[in-house]
Design a protein around this ligand. Structure first.
Ligand SMILES: [Zn+2]
Length: 184
């Protein structure tokens, strides 16, 4: 018999109530489990879970802590998506499946406040390159004239450059004249 097994068997050293590993620390024991087992036990205990959940909620009630937590979690997710292609593909598949259920569409039909807000947010991101006064023209090119976005963008950018040149020469803002025309 090894020294370790002998020591344990003669009960000179306390052991974990779960895995039986000897616990050599002389600190007073708060739990009958070793460090490796105690986490699993806490995770299964309803009262421990309630306590952990309450303290987490209290911590996240602070908007700064909450914002930091969200940012850290998002950064972790971005990192994993970058470095683990299988994980990224699994997430894409789940997203596609969820999208096909169209649950959000039923709950929030077109024109509902949430959809309008999301539309504005997505336009702000996708059209960040395009000054607001040129967005109607950009949308007209794409929707009415069926010009692909990849071609419409350089057309708008040319227009912006031409307007800037004309403004430098004449002091008149062509885009504001154009908006007045459209409104008349
Ligand atoms: Zn253990």
């Amino acid at each position: 018999m090894s020294d370790l097994a002998l020591l344990t068997k003669t009960a000179l050293v306390p052991t974990c109530a779960d895995c039986g590993a000897p616990r050599f620390s002389t600190k007073p024991k708060k739990t009958p489990y070793c460090r490796a087992c105690v986490r699993a036990h806490n995770a299964r205990s309803p009262s421990r879970r309630a306590k952990a959940s309450a303290s987490m909620k209290a911590r996240l009630a602070d908007p700064h802590v909450r914002a930091e937590h969200i940012e850290r979690a998002a950064e972790g997710l971005r990192l994993r998506i970058r470095e683990d292609p299988a994980f990224a593909e699994r997430r894409r598949a789940i997203g596609r499946r969820t999208g096909l259920l169209k649950r959000g569409m039923a709950q929030h039909p077109a024109g509902s406040p949430l959809r309008l807000a999301n539309g504005r947010k997505s336009a702000a991101t996708k059209l960040a390159w395009c000054p607001p006064e040129y967005r109607d023209e950009y949308r007209r090119l794409i929707k009415r004239q069926n010009i692909p976005a990849a071609e419409a963008r350089p057309m708008i950018e040319d227009m912006i450059a031409a307007d800037a040149r004309r403004y430098a020469e004449t002091g008149v803002l062509p885009q504001s004249a154009r908006i007045e025309e459209a409104g008349a």
